[in-house]
Design a protein around this ligand. Structure first.
Ligand SMILES: [Zn+2]
Length: 258
């Protein structure tokens, strides 16, 4: 079973609202590298990397779907590792499709919606606004914060990550939570959490000062791993492609430890 690359790309762009959703400069959402035109299999990876490229080739994939794409680090000369990656992709007719904030924000396939599901939480709204889009989700619960942190730990451990949290007082309960996967803890998200009555913020990672801000705003932050919290979207997207186009998919896991 094969599918036309242009048809797969058009379907992805429509589903993810690739043209409408704003993003950071290096994200370049959509098709980043073409191939001769056919998709036989799909490989999903969180990060564009040599390991992802080699994993895609080993799996016989002709489309690599990633969250952090080829141009993440900005414009760079195509030499050294960058040349090696590109050379191998071209030699094996592997196209690359990247989706960053469009995938974070997608209401069912997205990292944020998916992490809520994985933790048994039901979103009732958006969180972490970036320009015109809510990247994250928020909702109500009535659960011991330590129990919620344990769920996050169990989830992250599957992806090789040891979850950390800011201090959790004995018996503390989570009544309003918010999720922002990846580098989701920041001055902005902590301010938003404080303003919106969020008592528990679940993120991938964040700078050290976010743990201090959190205590002062009476918010518990659960750091479940940048990599771990962003394994969800690319896998959901690859499965979505298989459902619609009948081409098999595989996940190329390459935990970063962060
Ligand atoms: Zn990320």
């Amino acid at each position: 079973m094969t599918a036309a690359l242009h048809a797969v790309v058009a379907a992805l762009d429509a589903e993810l609202r690739t043209r409408e959703i704003p993003d950071y400069g290096g994200a370049v959402n959509g098709l980043q590298l073409a191939n001769p035109g056919e998709v036989r299999g799909v490989a999903a990876a969180v990060d564009f990397s040599r390991a992802a490229v080699d994993g895609a080739i080993a799996a016989g994939a002709s489309l690599l779907v990633v969250h952090h794409g080829m141009f993440w680090g900005g414009a760079q000369p195509i030499v050294g590792p960058a040349y090696e990656r590109l050379q191998r992709l071209l030699a094996h007719d592997v196209a690359v499709y990247a989706s960053h904030l469009p995938l974070d924000a997608h209401p069912t396939l997205g990292n944020n919606a998916g992490l809520a599901r994985a933790l048994g939480l039901e979103p009732d709204g958006g969180f972490a606004r970036y320009k015109t889009v809510d990247v994250g989700v928020t909702g109500e619960a009535d659960v011991e914060t330590a129990a919620l942190a344990a769920r996050a730990s169990a989830f992250a451990a599957e992806w090789g990550h040891a979850t950390r949290t800011t201090p959790i007082a004995a018996g503390r309960r989570t009544r309003r939570w918010a999720i922002c996967t990846g580098a989701g803890a920041s001055t902005d998200t902590l301010r938003e959490a404080g303003e919106r009555g969020v008592d528990t913020l679940i993120v991938g990672e964040g700078p050290h000062h976010t743990a201090i801000d959190a205590v002062e705003r009476d918010v518990v932050v659960i750091y479940a791993g940048h990599y771990a919290t962003e394994t969800i979207g690319v896998r959901a997207l690859a499965a979505w492609i298989e459902e619609r186009f009948g081409v098999p998919w595989t996940f190329v896991g390459e935990p970063t430890g962060l």
